[in-house]
Write a protein that binds this ligand. Structure first.
Ligand code: KG4
Ligand code: ZN
Length: 403
C-alpha cells in the first residue's frame, strides 16, 4: 500500500511517499519519495520560529514538495486532459495564493496510486498545522481518498523504532549513499516501551504499554530542552536552531580536555519526580554572562560546554529514575535533541552500565528532526490498528499523546 505523508507542525515542510507492507510486527517501509524543506535560515533572524512566516512558507512550499515527492516515487502522471479540477476540493481555503497553489497542483497531475494521506494534526504551531491539514484535505477530496490525522510525537517515537535495512552486500556506510530508495523495518517490539521525547517543543517520558496506549510519566514544567539549547545559543550570539551550534561550540572546549571553571545548576535533579525544568538553567547562563566583563571565544565554548553538561546530567538522572519506575523492555529516544552527541553518549553509557537488559533505540540520523517519513510510518500503523481519526481534522496545538 502506498501512502502520502505530510508534516508542517513547525518550521520543516515535509512530504513523503511510502510503500508500506506487513502487519504491525515486521512492518516495512520503502521510502519512494521524500521532499523536505527546512525554513530554519528564514527564522534565524528572529531567533526562533515566527508562526506567520512558517505558515506562509508551508503554503508556498507544500505543492512543489508534493510534486517533487510524487515525481521521485514514479507516481506522478501529468494531466493531459483539460478537465477542470473540482472546486469543492479547496473551497474552504481562504488564502488566495495558497488556494491557487493547490488548484495548479491538482490540475497538473492525475490521481496517483495512493491509498490514503497521513498528516500531522498536532502538537505544534496551529497556523502551521492548519496549512498541512488544509492541503491534505484538498487532495483527499479531489482524489477521493481518506485523510488521517497523526500525533507528531507518535511520529518521533516510531522514528526511533525503525531500523534501516542494509543490503548484505554493502557496508553500512556504503549503503547510506547507495541504497535508493531507503527501506526501513520496525524493530521487534517488546512492551512496555519507555519513550523519551526531546525536541524544541517537548521534553517528556511516555510509556507505551501496548500499541497506541500511553501513560505520561514526566515532562518539563517550563521550557523544552531544545528550546533551552536555542535560547542559550541566542544568549551566546549563535544562530537558530541553537542545538547543533551549542554542541559544536561545546565540543571545542571538550576537546581541550581542561577542567571547566564554569558550572551551572542541575535543575530538579534532587526531587523524586520524572519532571524537568530548564528555564532556570537558561537564566543561570544569562546571569553568568552578565557577570563577566570579557566574553571571548574560549569563554563562550566553556559556557556552552557547562550548559550542555548540566542538561545532559539532568537527562541522565531523570532517565534513570524513569527506567527504575517503569521497567521497560525498550528505551526509545526521539525528537531533534536525540541528535545530540553528548546526550546520546551519556544515555548509551547509562544503559550499558546499569540497564543492560533494556534495548536503547535512537532514530537514524536523517530521522531525528521533523520529517514526513515518521508521520507516514505512524499513519500506516494507525491504519492497521484501526485507531486513527479520519476526516474533519482540526489543528490541535497542544495535543497530548493518547488523547
Ligand atoms: O524535533 P524537532 O526537529 O522539532 C520539534 O518538534 O521541536 O526538534 C528541534 C529541536 C531544536 O530546538 C534544535 O535546536 C534541537 O532540536 N536540536 C539539537 C540538536 N539538533 C537539533 N539540540 C541539541 N543538540 C543537537 N545536536
Ligand atoms: Zn518534532
Amino acid at each position: 500500500m502506498k501512502i502520502l505523508a505530510i508534516e508542517t507542525s513547525c518550521d520543516e515542510t515535509g512530504v513523503a511517499i511510502l510503500e508500506c507492507e506487513g502487519s504491525f510486527e515486521g512492518a516495512s517501509f520503502t521510502i519512494l519519495g521524500n521532499a523536505l524543506y527546512s525554513q530554519a535560515t528564514l527564522h534565524a533572524p528572529y531567533g526562533g520560529v515566527y508562526p506567520n512566516l512558517a505558515k506562509r512558507e508551508h503554503q508556498n512550499n507544500l505543492a512543489p514538495l508534493a510534486t517533487e515527492a510524487l515525481k521521485a516515487s514514479g507516481l506522478w502522471k501529468s494531466r493531459t486532459k483539460d478537465t477542470p479540477v473540482n472546486d469543492s476540493s479547496f473551497e474552504n481555503i481562504r488564502d488566495q495564493t495558497f488556494k491557487s497553489n493547490i488548484e495548479d497542483f491538482l490540475a497538473s497531475t492525475e490521481k496517483p496510486d495512493i491509498a490514503f494521506i497521513a498528516v500531522t494534526k498536532g502538537p505544534g504551531l496551529e497556523p502551521a498545522l492548519w496549512t498541512g491539514i488544509n492541503f491534505a484535505e484538498s487532495l483527499g477530496r479531489a482524489w477521493n481518498i481518506p485523510v488521517i490525522g497523526i500525533d507528531h510525537m507518535e511520529g518521533h517515537i516510531f522514528s526511533a523504532l525503525l531500523k534501516q535495512e542494509v543490503d548484505s552486500q554493502q557496508s553500512a556506510e556504503q549503503s547510506e549513499a547507495l541504497l535508493n530508495p531507503k527501506r526501513y523495518t520496525l524493530n521487534a517490539i517488546h512492551f512496555p516501551i519507555l519513550a523519551f521525547l526531546i525536541s524544541g517543543g517537548h521534553t517528556e517520558f511516555v510509556v507505551m504499554k501496548e500499541p497506541f496506549v500511553y501513560e505520561h510519566i514526566g515532562a518539563t514544567r517550563d521550557d523544552a530542552i531544545g528550546e533551552a539549547f536555542d535560547k542559550v545559543a541566542r544568549l551566546l550570539d549563535l544562530p537558530y536552531p541553537g542545538g547543533p551550534q551549542i554542541a559544536e561550540v561545546a565540543s571545542r572546549s571538550r576537546a581541550r580536555g581542561e577542567k571547566n571553571e564554569i558550572s551551572f545548576p542541575r535543575p530538579m535533579a534532587q526531587d523524586d519526580t520524572c519532571d524537568f525544568s530548564f528555564s532556570g538553567l537558561k537564566t543561570a547562563v544569562l546571569y553568568k554572562l552578565r557577570d563577566m566583563d570579557k566574553i571571548d571565544d574560549k569563554v563562550k565554548e566553556q559556557i556552552a560546554e557547562a550548559f550542555e553538561d548540566a542538561a545532559r546530567d539532568v537527562v541522565i538522572i531523570k532517565t534513570k529514575r524513569a527506567l527504575e519506575a517503569t521497567e521497560p523492555k525498550i528505551l526509545a529516544v526521539g525528537g531533534g535533541v536525540s541528535a545530540n552527541t553528548e546526550i546520546k553518549r551519556a544515555l548509551t553509557a547509562l544503559i550499558d552500565e546499569e540497564f543492560s537488559d533494556i534495548q536503547l533505540l535512537f532514530p537514524d540520523a536523517t530521522l531525528t528532526g521533523d520529517n514526513a517519513i515518521m508521520i507516514g510510518v505512524a499513519g500506516y500503523l494507525r491504519h492497521l490498528s484501526g485507531t486513527h481519526t479520519a476526516s474533519n481534522l482540526s489543528a490541535l496545538g497542544n495535543l497530548k499523546l493518547g488523547e
